[in-house]
Each structure stands twice: as structure tokens, then as C-alpha cells.
Design a binder for this molecule. Structure first.
Ligand SMILES: C[S@@+](CC[C@H](N)C(=O)[O-])C[C@H]1O[C@@H](n2cnc3c(N)ncnc32)[C@H](O)[C@@H]1O
Length: 292
């Protein structure tokens, strides 16, 4: 029998080899500590910047799949009126944890609902922003998940999904699931192709304004830093170019052949992928949509 998500987190908290993951995923037992870290993160700074750019006067924000509440509480502390939706009841990683944090910070601008995204208990056109962090890829019914988000969004409102796993095909999905560090315990991971996410958004009548791919922003590649990503890119370029020289000799040193080789490798998987997402299992994307 697989563990629940709550049991998984309680278990990995006792294992030193998962220490870093627990910290970076804001899953410490000390709930306010997670919030303080998320509040100070570059990811949250960029999230606020994007939301302010597209919805400068937003008041109401719905946080779908809010987990232990790090983002809901961070939004509330930043002045938004927050509605957190989370199907898991637990006080470790679910709605119970969000309620504890609400009390800890004495917040009157947070409401917590136990519900699934596919059936949101709110009337149409309620929210200025609908936000979902690392949640949409868990959808049991992706089209319904996104259609519900769109339904409860006001006209002109923003649907912002952060850090969803993207796979290229079934084989790539298997690789992602096989390599995911927690899948062996709880078995609840999932991912969709970028096309599946985008089709669901378009079908729900949303206009996709930004597709933020894995290496485009710290929003996705956190906990890596910008410097680490630059080093990684340079290393990948050098590896490819050394390989080219081994294959075709001195011609491989000419920029024309180098460019051609990069194009060839990028296209090999049927799509040009910026540096080199296909080496990252379940690479993460974020999307910003507007309800026209
Ligand atoms: C990886 S956690 C992310 C939690 C939180 N958003 C964060 O970033 O820390 C995914 C969350 O989505 C919730 N979830 C899974 N399926 C869902 C669904 N269909 N509708 C809403 N939430 C869902 C899970 O219970 C879990 O708390």
C-alpha cells in the first residue's frame, strides 16, 4: 500500500538524505518558517511582479491546491484577500496547516475550503486572479480543472499556473515518474504535455499570454539559481561541441557547423527546446492566461 502524501512528508522529514528537499519544497514541520522562506524567495518576488503587471488592481486571489499554505499566506501578508482551496485535510501538508498559519499570523483575509479544482464551490466571475502552484499537473481531469478556474475568474482576470511538470511523450513521462524522488512512496505524481495544458486553456476560453519554459525563469528552475543555470548551459554547450569535434574533426570548430549541430540536436525531439530541457525529467513550465 503506498503512503499518503502526508505520511510521505512525515517520513522524509526523519531521513537526512531528504533534508534539502524538505527545505527547498517548503515542507518543514515549522509552518511559519516555510512561509518566511517563501516570502523572501526570488520566485515569490517574480510571481508578485507578474501578477501586478497584468492585474495591478487585483484584490481577490484564489489559490488552488494550496498545500500547506505557503503561497496563500504569502499573498495574504502581501495584502491580497485570499481564498485557499485544498482537498487534503491534514495539518501537515493540507487545509489544516493553512488554518494553523491563518491563526498564527492572525489573518482575517484568508478563507480555507476543502475542495478539488474540478468542482470549485464558488459562483462565476468571483476572483481577479486564480493561481495554482505545482498543482495543475495533479488534475484528475485537466480540462475540467482549467474550465473551473476560468469559470470563477472575472472577465479580464488572470489565471497563473506555476511550476507544472511537462512531459514530451509517454516514454518521457515514464522517465519522469521513475526518477521522481517521492513517487516510490506515494505514487501520486503526474504530468501532461505542453500541448495538453495549452489545449485545456484554449478550450476554457482563456488567452495564453505567456508560456514560461523551464529555463526562462527562476519561477520554474528554483531551487537552482540564475548563476547555476548559466553554468549548466555553458557546460551543455561545451559537451555538445566536443562531441561534434569528435564526430567531424576540425570542421566542428567552425561556428557554422556548431550552429547547425545545435539546431539539429534541438530539433531531434521534434521541437526546438531551449537549452536542454529534455535532460530534465518533468521539466517545469508556468503559464499566464487572461480571461478575455
Ligand atoms: C505539490 S503540492 C503543491 C502545494 C502548494 N501549492 C505549494 O506550492 O506548496 C500539490 C497540491 O495539489 C493538491 N491537489 C491535488 N489534486 C488536486 C486537485 N484535483 N484539485 C485541487 N488540488 C489538488 C494536493 O493535495 C497538494 O496539496
Amino acid at each position: 500500500m503506498p503512503m499518503t502524501w502526508e505520511e510521505t512528508i512525515q517520513y522524509i522529514r526523519t531521513k537526512p538524505e531528504y533534508r534539502c528537499l524538505v527545505e527547498k519544497a517548503y515542507l518543514e514541520e515549522d509552518l511559519p518558517l516555510n512561509v518566511e522562506r517563501f516570502l523572501k524567495s526570488e520566485e515569490f518576488r517574480q510571481t508578485l511582479a507578474i501578477l501586478k503587471k497584468y492585474q495591478p488592481n487585483a484584490i481577490n486571489i484564489l489559490d488552488i491546491g494550496a498545500g500547506n499554505g505557503v503561497s496563500s499566506i504569502a499573498f495574504a501578508l502581501s495584502g491580497y484577500k485570499v481564498t485557499a482551496v485544498e482537498p487534503d485535510k491534514s495539518e501537515t501538508v493540507g487545509a489544516g496547516a493553512i488554518r494553523k498559519l491563518k491563526e498564527h499570523y492572525q489573518l482575517s483575509n484568508v478563507e480555507v475550503f476543502e475542495a478539488f479544482a474540478e468542482e470549485l464551490p464558488f459562483p462565476e466571475e468571483t476572483f481577479d486572479i486564480v493561481y495554482a502552484r505545482q498543482c495543475m499537473h495533479h488534475a484528475r481531469d485537466l480540462e475540467r480543472f482549467v474550465a473551473e478556474a476560468s469559470r470563477v475568474l472575472k472577465q479580464g482576470g488572470v489565471f497563473f499556473t506555476a511550476r507544472d511538470h511537462v512531459v514530451l511523450d509517454e516514454q518521457d513521462k515514464k522517465w519522469f515518474l521513475d526518477t521522481h524522488p517521492l513517487q516510490q512512496f506515494y505514487g501520486g505524481e503526474n504530468a501532461f504535455t505542453a500541448e495538453e495544458y495549452k489545449n485545456a486553456m484554449q478550450k476554457a476560453g482563456l488567452q495564453i499570454v505567456q508560456e514560461i519554459r523551464h529555463f526562462d525563469s527562476v519561477l520554474n528552475y528554483y531551487p537552482s539559481t540564475k548563476d547555476e543555470i548559466e553554468n549548466y548551459k555553458e557546460k551543455q554547450i561545451k559537451l555538445r561541441e566536443a562531441h561534434l569535434i569528435r564526430k567531424i574533426g576540425f570542421l566542428g570548430r567552425l561556428s557554422f557547423f556548431k550552429k547547425l549541430y545545435h539546431l539539429y540536436l534541438d530539433k531531434k525531439v521534434g521541437e526546438i527546446l531551449p537549452l536542454y530541457e529534455r535532460n530534465i525529467p518533468g521539466r517545469m513550465y508556468s503559464y499566464l492566461c487572461i480571461k478575455p
